[in-house]
Ligand binder design. Sequence first.
Ligand SMILES: Cc1cc2nc3c(=O)[nH]c(=O)nc-3n(C[C@H](O)[C@H](O)[C@H](O)COP(=O)(O)OP(=O)(O)OC[C@H]3O[C@@H](n4cnc5c(N)ncnc54)[C@H](O)[C@@H]3O)c2cc1C
Length: 399
Amino acid sequence: MNARIVVAGASMAGLRAAEQLRAAGWSGAITLVGDEPHLPYNRPPLSKEVLAGKAPFESLAFRPRASVSDVEWRLGRTVVAAGLDERTVRLDDGTELSYDGLVVATGMRPRRLNCPGPKAGRHTVRTLDDAQGLREALTRPGARVVVVGAGFIGCEVAATAVGLGVAEVTVVDPLPLPMAGPLGELLGRALLKRHEERGVRFALGAGVAGFTGGDRVTGVVLSDGSVLPADVVVESVGSVANTEWLEGNGLDLTDGVLTDACLRAGGRPDVVAVGDVARFPNARYDGVPRRVEHWCIPTDTAKHAAKTLVADAAPGPFAPLPSFWSDQHDFRLQSFGAPVLGRQDVRVLDGDPEGDVLVGYHHDDRLVGVVALGGQAVAASAARYRAELLKQPALTMTV
Ligand SMILES: Cc1cc2nc3c(=O)[nH]c(=O)nc-3n(C[C@H](O)[C@H](O)[C@H](O)COP(=O)(O)OP(=O)(O)OC[C@H]3O[C@@H](n4cnc5c(N)ncnc54)[C@H](O)[C@@H]3O)c2cc1C
């Protein structure tokens, strides 16, 4: 019998899933289907080093483990439909692949602004091709840049643009502070100050109503009627899960693919979800299913999901400790745990928000996350809290 696991999505989570399937003992065939033409590559440098022209593509490509040297890659191919009862997926060229196990690893795509005005000149950053196109636009002499969205990627792009010598870089967001949604007010204020000191302008408390220009963007119209001149607009307003191909199978696709604690989708023993697209309960916290768009999650989910698919006994509940970093200008944000669950009770653990600072996030007086802002030393002190966060008992949320 030719047993086969199909992995839909050939990026970081797809690659890690294939490697972990081998590590869990799967010796059958593995087929990875990915709609990008490239082998899996690392996305974090796209808004940083690639945009800055400091990292060529070859440096981004993941080096797959030897255990997956025999997998089949179907690149430049989109999975367009799945029949989970029949155990088949259909590709955009009409090919039907049958499977014994299916790994959903189709990730996210950027959300787009649905506003009137021209499209040319408006960019997103998710793929290598996006980053290369944006770099070309940013390096045109005299470019005026408006970044819509003061989240992590928006602020990284703004910082990189300033680093490239772009004179006019403005970040627009309806919220009053950058990155305050996930990090809270204290760090939001500190980040605003740091960005402004390094040349980024902000138009906060304003939404985008539309774009001016004929064939190409010439400006961004804000909700208060004012217009920011712009040749380059970067839309960094969140992401949308790539799950349309799974519709009609009775799965909960409200925001990504809802899974159980073993990362199984729809209670099916032969279908798991991994990476950004998986909405899973984390037994370390309140058990509420959430998607987590951090670099550590593809590997954590792949390890767990591979055991679910392949091992005789399902693994225990999934309880990863999330972590992320974000490089902006000359500083780094380094996070461990779930700051978002402790935004109501934020305490300075070390340093000073005016300089390098380590902040603790608490829920019911219990530490649920730490974030360092500054240089290497403070990032290292955040890492020292990892062990403490790992020791904490499971959280029962009271709100
Ligand atoms: C610009 C950027 C900067 C980042 N910076 C950081 C950082 O500094 N720190 C951090 O912790 N995290 C960062 N991240 C997040 C991290 O990179 C992601 O969490 C990670 O890439 C998720 O991997 P994934 O494989 O789950 O999803 P993806 O990387 O989105 O992969 C999904 C793949 O599936 C493909 N696909 C989609 N639909 C189909 C289909 N129907 N058929 C076939 N293929 C399909 C997609 O094209 C894509 O190749 C960043 C992300 C981006 C985009």
